[in-house]
Design a protein around this ligand. Structure first.
Ligand code: SAH
Ligand code: SF4
Length: 365
């Protein structure tokens, strides 16, 4: 088992190469792809459209496996979180956030993060490593297995209908693996999730943004959180490298960003830090002339966090100012807080112990 090569997460070209090495014709790739990504089949013996001897040979050399679920928790609000263990023992978290008849999987791109945003639990965990394409696709497949969503239902009939690249890590610092994984997920003959249903969130890795829009065409979310460089330098330290002016220029240039596909700006509500009416007005000014929408995220506390969440009236007033300026600015209701599955709470056991910061409580609901 150890030496057998996993077929999950290989791009079409890589799969074609593997099959060519086994002396198989290109149409086999199409058939295999269908079994793996449309049917969710993991047992070669059940892949009945493949010739028997080919199935037998595949069993000798290859496997179709998911990463291992180390722990699964389901929140009182039905949010589900998996701690996933990869082949080398490293772990990352994946979350499913169900709505009425649909839902989004929040996928991790790295174990830990190189960045150290001061409000983020993942940011207290040093980068251990990038996740590979198979590990990224594997997280999605684990979620689909968990809800028994095979074969791939038609668009519109799916429980797992969306992906947000908002788990652990900065996806644009692991662009190639993320891109390979998303292309597999978007492929029409397999999972076939539309790019319109995928959102990638970045803290502002300016040099990779254009490529993401051109090559993947997915929705972009930008973790803004502050309207001045002075504050953003502290909250989102990558701002020191790519300050607001550069970031906003990259947003203006983001391919495909138009009225139908606005960039989402995520804005954390931190009590007394970035939540004044003046901040809200400055925020509207910052995106002026651009198709934009906001997501106001009540700060989710984690053990040792040194921030508090803004009060609900403060958040509502902030939203109203953005609405008056013509922008949609929903207040995101936190999900899965009881199992530490909410935005910014993810962290895996592959951590190094850190000194605790002062405890924080969030009062917004
Ligand atoms: N690294 C990427 C994607 C992962 S973070 C990024 O930073 O965009 C996903 C979202 O959760 C980001 O908008 C991040 O700013 C937000 N977040 C981080 N910590 C949070 C916390 N404690 N409470 C609420 N949201 C948080
Ligand atoms: Fe990394 Fe995003 Fe957390 Fe910042 S907010 S530390 S970029 S995961």
């Amino acid at each position: 088992m150890k030496n057998k090569h996993n077929l999950v997460g290989l791009s079409r070209t890589e799969l074609a190469t593997e099959m060519a090495e086994l002396g198989e014709k290109p149409f086999r790739v199409k058939q295999l792809w269908h079994w793996i990504y449309h049917r969710g089949q993991t047992d070669f013996a059940q892949m009945t459209t493949l010739a028997k001897d080919f199935r037998a040979r595949l069993t000798e050399t290859h496997v179709v496996v998911r990463p291992i679920i180390s722990r699964e928790q389901t929140s009182e609000d039905r949010t589900r979180k998996w701690l996933i263990r990869f082949d080398d023992g490293q772990k990352a978290e994946t979350v499913f956030i169900p709505e009425e008849d649909r839902g989004a999987v929040c996928i991790s791109s790295q174990v830990g993060c190189t960045l150290t945003c001061t409000f983020c639990h993942t940011g207290t965990q040093k980068l251990v490593r990038n996740l590979t394409a198979p590990e990224i696709v594997g997280q999605f497949m684990v979620a689909r297995d968990s809800y028994g969503e095979w074969p791939t239902p038609k668009d519109g009939g799916r429980m797992i209908s969306n992906i947000v690249m908002m788990g652990m890590g900065e996806p644009l610092f692991n662009y190639d693996n993320v891109a390979t994984a998303l292309k597999i997920i978007m492929d029409h003959e397999g999972i076939a999730l539309s790019k319109r249903r995928i959102t990638l969130s970045t803290s502002g890795v300016v040099p990779e943004m254009a490529r993401c829009g051109e090559e993947l065409g997915v929705n972009l979310a930008v973790s803004l959180h502050a309207v001045t460089d002075e504050l953003r330098d502290v909250l989102v330290p990558i701002n020191r490298k790519h300050p607001l002016k550069q970031l906003m220029a990259a947003c203006r240039a983001y391919p495909g960003a138009n009225n139908a596909r606005r960039i989402t700006y995520e804005y954390l509500m931190l009590k007394g830090i970035n939540d004044s009416p003046a901040d809200a007005r400055a925020l509207a000014k910052l995106v002026k002339g651009m198709p934009a929408k906001f997501n106001l995220i009540p700060f989710n506390a984690w053990p040792g966090a040194s921030y508090e969440c803004s009060g609900s009236n403060v958040i509502r007033r902030f939203a109203a100012i953005l609405n008056d300026a013509g922008y949609s600015a929903p207040i995101r209701s936190p999900r899965g807080r009881d199992i530490m599955a909410a935005c910014g709470q993810l962290k895996s056991a592959s951590e190094r112990e850190r000194r605790p910061r002062a405890a924080a409580e969030c009062h917004a609901k």
